[in-house]
Design a protein around this ligand. Structure first.
Ligand SMILES: C[C@@H](O)[C@H](N)C(=O)O
Ligand SMILES: C[C@@H](O)[C@H](N)C(=O)O
Lengths: 165, 165
């Protein structure tokens, strides 16, 4: 379609927790997320990149309200699996572009990343699906990020049908 | 909803490329994906976790057919941005669970990860959206991964309306 992106969204109520240097073996992800689920904490993003030298990093985001409980749950899991470190950042927000026509369209990712780069906004995490690209950015820059992504994809120009008087 | 997961899917035509140790500064993601977009290569997953010590790793998947061209494009970008390394694996597949009711439901992630862990299938990458959790696994284990995920979420028990003779 000529307009693969139909909208942009922001989620400001995010806090990021990362478990670093966990054994990249079956059971590790389960250990971490079963403990978070057991505390009835709702997780938004989950991001894991490929491991190196048998170790991987797993990050996820939760609502600010659940940050302390999630951090506690993760620290228990981190000890159990022998993680190297637990890090976190509660000053983050998720900014996304959404569109039914964007599947596998690298140009959409390029356009979004160009808009953020031109504004000097650092991309902390990236996660995608066929209909969505989400990035994690500094919360203080997130409103600006949303605005420039709107501009980049001409989303504010909402077509309107004139109402006859 | 009582059944947050409505389906599972597999994409076997995947190859993974990772650019490691890239400067975690605005413009890096743009450099990589603009070069891939310029070659008209369609990217499926994009995964980036938070950086450490000013460096980050960015991974993405492409169809097998585009692997060589994508690797070439990435190697140029990697040199330009001063990446530490480029790694890749063309023996991978993406397995996903999908559902409109799964947003922020950590229990869904737990169930999916438990199924894979019990089968000894290693999760290489994780990416999520409100309606989908995708993992990258070894292609040789992917059919089994799809099957056990179907079982875990009772997806094979498709309700059917008997046709009157
Ligand atoms: C790192 C973590 O995802 C591990 N590979 C697992 O399968 O649980
Ligand atoms: C690593 C990469 O995503 C970088 N932070 C950027 O904004 O482009």
């Amino acid at each position: 379609p000529d307009q693969p992106v139909s909208g942009a969204a922001i989620t400001k109520d995010e806090a990021r927790i990362s478990v670093q240097g966990v054994p990249d073996v079956p059971g590790t992800s389960l250990e971490i997320f079963s403990r978070i689920a057991a505390k009835n904490i709702s997780v938004d993003m989950i991001v894991q990149n490929v491991g190196e030298s048998g170790k991987a990093d797993i990050s996820f985001t939760v609502p600010q309200l659940d940050f302390d409980a999630a951090l506690e749950a993760v620290q228990e899991a981190a000890k159990l699996v022998g993680a190297t470190d637990v890090s976190s950042d509660s000053n983050v927000a998720k900014v996304s572009v959404v569109g039914l026509g964007m599947a596998r369209q690298t140009g959409v990712a390029e356009k979004m990343f160009r808009a953020l780069a031109d504004a000097g906004i650092n991309i902390q995490m990236i996660t995608t699906s066929e209909i969505k690209i989400s990035v994690l950015v500094d919360r203080d820059q997130s409103q600006q990020a949303l605005r420039i992504v709107h501009q980049a994809f001409a989303l504010e120009k909402v077509p309107t049908t004139p109402i006859k008087p």
